[in-house]
Design a protein around this ligand. Structure first.
Ligand SMILES: [Zn+2]
Length: 107
């Protein structure tokens, strides 16, 4: 499939506590089932003291989201859209917006 979410995509969260918020994808796991979005799905985590933080304490971290809970935001439409896979003349496959056809990958 050529329509998957990739690192650095802008995505919107479609369910859960951060529904409707969008951010940049920082990480997609190898199985392509989970991802981390910058600044979203924040959870508090207890941290043990270490060299950087001698006291330890509670820190905020971005928890992974299920990839099925996000949609890519088209830079042109500005909305979450379904992606289509498009074959270019040079044989390269790129992802494009299902609505306006904007390419999301470099040709
Ligand atoms: Zn679009």
């Amino acid at each position: 499939m050529g329509t998957r979410v990739k690192k650095n995509d802008k995505v919107m969260i479609m369910s859960g506590k951060d529904r409707g918020k969008s951010g940049k994808v920082l990480f997609v796991n190898k199985m392509r089932t989970r991802l981390i979005v910058e600044g979203l799905n924040i959870v508090k985590k207890a941290k043990r003291p270490d060299q950087q933080n001698q006291k330890g304490g509670i820190i905020d971290i971005e928890a992974p989201l299920s990839i099925s809970n996000v949609m890519v935001v088209c830079p042109k439409c500005g909305k979450p859209v379904r992606l289509k896979s498009r074959m270019l003349e040079n044989g390269k496959k790129v992802r494009s917006c299902g609505k306006c056809g904007e390419m999301l990958d470099k040709a």
